[in-house]
Design a binder for this molecule. Structure first.
Ligand SMILES: O=C(O)c1ccccc1NCC(=O)[C@H](O)[C@H](O)COP(=O)(O)O
Length: 270
């Protein structure tokens, strides 16, 4: 059994438990209170912003504890002030040490698109994402069929949420890329079976992603040179977690990287 199988098995149980505590009908009633979502797609297309999606991540299956006590408020607000374009908040508790409240807190403190980073297997989680103030959700092609991506993606879209479809290879892309349901495609450089990381994955898959989708490169990014190289092949979003979170002040690491980008790239970042 791979780590991804374990995560998904646990997630199905967790979603069932949650539904028995807060039934769909009750969750749906809370949705009307949410503000108009912000478009991750549009924020990543802005050339006055860095394109960085800064992730709040306490621990991970590949690294164990990274920064278990980082405060959500200071870190996420600091990410935004540093020049990140958007936030990613891991809400999975068992494997990543996150929780829904981390996202609601980030929402309260920030005016920027927020990606709910979790392992979606059920419609319930899409409603939940909306109810906690997310603007976008992740759908992982490795654990969903094409039909499931379409169904979950259409529900997300009907609620005003954008879908970032995560792929690791061309087969996953071909199987799940539904223009009706997906607005952004994320290439994960981390092999979720053995945790090895190769930015070549993003390099190789870039040309296979149709131009209408905003391209995001995910995992293992740590330098301005890497961002520059991937921007040159068409990426507009750069999802970065561990490189920032392993510092005692993650927001300062984000600021340092944005500063490097300002110096190395021929664009004027705000
Ligand atoms: O990060 C992991 O170890 C991991 C293991 C299994 C499934 C997913 C995992 N990570 C989720 C992510 O997609 C990353 O948090 C995200 O891309 C940021 O990556 P990084 O910058 O390398 O922290």
């Amino acid at each position: 059994m791979t780590i991804l199988d374990k995560i998904i098995e646990h997630k199905r149980r967790e979603v069932a438990d949650r539904q028995s505590l807060v039934p769909v009908k009750l969750l749906e009633k809370s949705l009307y209170m949410q503000a108009q979502p912000l478009s991750l797609r549009r924020y990543l297309q802005r050339d006055d912003l860095s394109g960085i999606i800064a992730e709040f991540k306490r621990k991970s299956p590949s690294k164990g504890f990274i920064n278990p006590h980082a405060p959500v408020e200071r870190t996420t607000l600091g990410y935004m002030q540093a020049g990140a374009s958007a936030l990613s908040v891991l809400t999975d508790t068992e494997f990543f040490g996150g929780k829904n409240e981390d996202l609601t807190t980030a929402r309260r403190y920030n005016f920027c698109p927020i990606l709910r980073k979790d392992f979606v297997v059920d419609e319930y989680q899409i409603l939940e994402a909306k109810s906690i103030g997310a603007d976008a959700v992740l759908l992982i092609a490795a654990v969903l069929t094409g039909e499931e991506v379409l169904r979950l993606g259409r529900l997300a879209k009907s609620l005003g949420l954008e879908v970032l479809l995560e792929i690791h290879n061309a087969e996953e892309l071909d199987k799940t890329l539904h223009p009706d349901a997906v607005s952004l495609v994320g290439v994960n450089n981390r092999n979720l079976h053995d945790f090895s990381v190769s930015l070549d994955t993003s390099g190789e898959l870039a040309r296979r992603i149709p131009a209408e989708f905003v391209k995001v490169t995910e995992s293992g990014l740590s330098s301005a040179a890497e961002i520059e190289a991937l921007r040159a092949v068409g990426y507009q979003g750069f999802l970065i977690g561990e490189t920032f979170m392993r510092h005692s002040r993650p927001e300062k690491a984000c600021a340092a990287l944005v500063q490097q980008l300002r110096q190395t790239e021929a664009i004027t970042l705000l």
